[in-house]
Design a binder for this molecule. Structure first.
Ligand SMILES: *Cc1c(COP(=O)(O)O)cnc(C)c1O
Length: 234
């Protein structure tokens, strides 16, 4: 059964609405809309949906499971998609990541850097990485403890297959906007401190469908948006 492209008309209007809200948040924060990019998070949605999103000009897609990257990359081979891994990564997935991902935003421990580096050398590839930092107290959240960031960044200099571009975080899940903002502000402060130590970290990936205006107010250069573009995950 062929699906008509009009079945995906909602994607175009969702995408436009998100871009407008991002632009509005930039204006409210006194920032240029061109300073903030949107990473569409396609996790749980199939290749047909990703293809429809590509028709809107989208080329980078965030995924949190390597298995899903694998099946979608296969289904959409040759389409020139950049797959961005944003979910917790086990070292035994390094091989597929090195082969298929253009970028990893969830680098949070040295064993993972080591495993990715070894596999990237085999593939003769270099990828961009962001270091995921844990800025919220929730047990369920992954990421490097903030106090370990300076030593971690220094250690990453040993891996020339990993281009360290910035930091990523997930804020606390809370109705308290001030608590959410504090997580984003924390990440920005860590970035500024690392820059002062000579690390070039231009990118801050923070903010999702429910909290991106706060992240933009605190300096996000990239927001990761799933639900507001693709709809509810089932
Ligand atoms: C799923 C996910 C997102 C997007 O979440 P939405 O609330 O659907 O926008 C962003 N970042 C990470 C790490 C995710 O796993």
């Amino acid at each position: 059964m062929n699906q008509d492209s009009s079945d995906y008309a909602y994607l175009a209007s969702n995408w436009e609405a998100v871009r407008e809200r991002v632009d509005a948040a930039c204006c409210a924060a006194g920032r240029e809309p061109s300073e903030v990019s949107i990473l569409p998070v396609s996790k749980t949605f199939g290749p047909d949906v990703v293809r429809a999103a590509m028709a809107l000009g989208l080329k980078r897609f965030g995924e949190n499971k390597v298995q899903e990257v694998r099946s979608k990359a296969e289904a959409l081979a040759g389409e020139g998609i950049a797959w961005v891994v944003i979910g917790h990564l086990q070292t035994n997935k390094a091989k597929d990541v090195a082969r298929l991902a253009s970028e990893v935003q969830s680098l949070d421990r040295i064993e993972l850097a080591e495993a990715l580096h070894r596999r990237l050398q085999v593939e003769e590839r270099v990828i961009d990485v962001l270091v995921e930092v844990k800025t919220s107290p929730e047990e369920s959240k992954h990421g490097l403890p903030p106090a370990e960031l300076p030593a971690f960044l220094d250690a990453l200099r040993a891996y020339d297959t990993l281009r360290v571009k910035g930091l990523m975080t997930l804020a606390v899940q809370s109705d308290d906007a001030e608590a959410v903002r504090a997580c984003f502000r924390h990440l920005r402060r860590l970035r500024d401190e690392a820059q002062a130590q000579g690390h070039e970290l231009s990118r801050l990936s923070m903010g999702m469908s429910g909290d991106f205006p706060l992240a933009i107010a605190e300096g996000a250069t990239e927001v990761r948006i799933g639900t507001a573009i693709f709809g509810r995950r089932v």
